[in-house]
Design a protein around this ligand. Sequence first.
Ligand code: MCA
Ligand code: AMP
Length: 498
Amino acid sequence: MTNPLYDTIFAPHAGKQTPFLYLPDGSVITHDSFVRRAAQLAHALAGYGVGTGDRIAVQVEKCPDMLALYAACAQAGIIFLPLNTAYTGAELAYFVEDSGAKLLIGDPARGAELQGVADKAGAAFATLDARGGTLSDAADGQADTYETVARSGDDLAAFLYTSGTTGRSKGAMLSQNNLISNAKTLTDLWRFTSDDVLLHALPIFHTHGLFVATNVMLVAGGAMAFLPKLDIDQLIDWMPRATAMMGVPTFYTRLLDDARFDRALTQDMRLFISGSAPLLSDTHVAFEARTGHRILERYGMTETNMNTSNPYDGYRRAGTVGLPLPDVALKVCDADGTELPRGETGVVEVRGPNVFQGYWNMPEKTAEELRGDGFFITGDLGVQDADGYVTIVGRGKDLIISGGYNIYPKELELVLDTQPGVLESAVIGVPHPDLGEMPLAVLVPEGGAQIDIEAIGRAVADDLARFKQPRRYEIRESLPRNTMGKVQKAALRSEYGA
Ligand code: MCA
Ligand code: AMP
């Protein structure tokens, strides 16, 4: 193979006139036309001076061209860096500068702002959305074949930025082999074939919607109902024509809240998969009672793709994330990395062809989390039972997961601590019925100062994407600390969690 990722995932589809993307307007993109569009986009990228090994930063709404850009990057040996469409200009500037991206592709409606971000970082700028843009225009007239650039499986295919406990986002470097191993393993494990139609309502800038869903469907040669976002009416409308769905737990709780969602509607579905955040056992049980289907829960991370999955044929245990994938070694360890006996709770560590290559330009951070023997320290607390099933019982890392999006409290605290009248702050996750968790900010005023929460809300909105912004503020005189001076977030969570 000259380019394992392209040759495994995309090249086999050239010439296939079978449906790949069903779009909400009734149009269909075939496998062949998808591959041809990717080739046109690869030519357009070359026109912007982007070459093998370069990065492109892509903040584009979910649309077929955004997905085809991923294929174009694979074919041209370019490193694909997708970014959450909710990120502000300030957040975006960091990613473009840190990654050294040669080209930023963004929303035409934010053209002037994003052009400024690109200029500051010394990157070129192009626009793209579902209606078109300068990149799409540049691609339209191009040849629809492209000479695939030779790459090895160890070459990098993508950067995905993941926030950190220090507040600084880290670029997780994923190789071609990282993506290929998971794509093949999951296709086999979950029995995807060319007969499948996947309901795809996830965003495509994260591992779940991009690599898990799309790569699996491409390896299988199946199709996707490619929906712009989670819209329960659309899901219900498409369900009788689909065979499988992947979603975060909010997808399942919202479906259960709708009386139209029942056994008859799901009778032709063969599989519902959940991940990215804990699925409550109650949801699992209610889902089975309503539909007769047992949701298959799996567990992964940006740095590792997928690590564990409940079995397809065997018993899917509610509240667990199942068994390590066939090519993944998993152990539960103490803080020193010593493996604990089965049944004891500790930090989950994983090793396998899925585990990333390290954090871009952060050798110390990489060394802290990726051991010399290849085990990655996930920061999740778990326990493995005698049958090998893994349960994630909590997080050693200070992380909030809201509707499947990660929010690192430190990033918010750094902004809150600099606001007028604020001495210090602590951000915690509290339960939320729809999104699982939501951020709550506890603020301590400087002696005698008045805190203007509305002004703080506006300042936070300038810097941070909406989904990260605290939904509640509490003011108190001091933060509870232990004898080492560390803020006791568990105490705050039990005080405000209810
Ligand atoms: C939207 N909003 C949110 C979230 N999403 N707030 C907090 N958390 C969220 N996740 C806010 C918007 O800013 C807006 O605020 C209001 O909610 C409505 O926005 P809308 O877009 O209509 O929201 P929604 O359609 O209800 O979206 C909720 C959602 C969505 C369906 C849960 O966030 C989603 O699709 N999440 C999936 C994320 C995902 O793919 N995660 C995978 C990461 P306002 O009205 O105030 O302006 S990959 C991963 O974790 C690993 C590797 C793995 O294992 O998969
Ligand atoms: P991210 O950094 O966005 O890839 O998020 C990865 C984190 O999501 C993991 O470290 C877990 O904390 C969490 N996660 C993913 N899937 C599950 C799951 N099925 N159950 C519990 N937590 C999960």
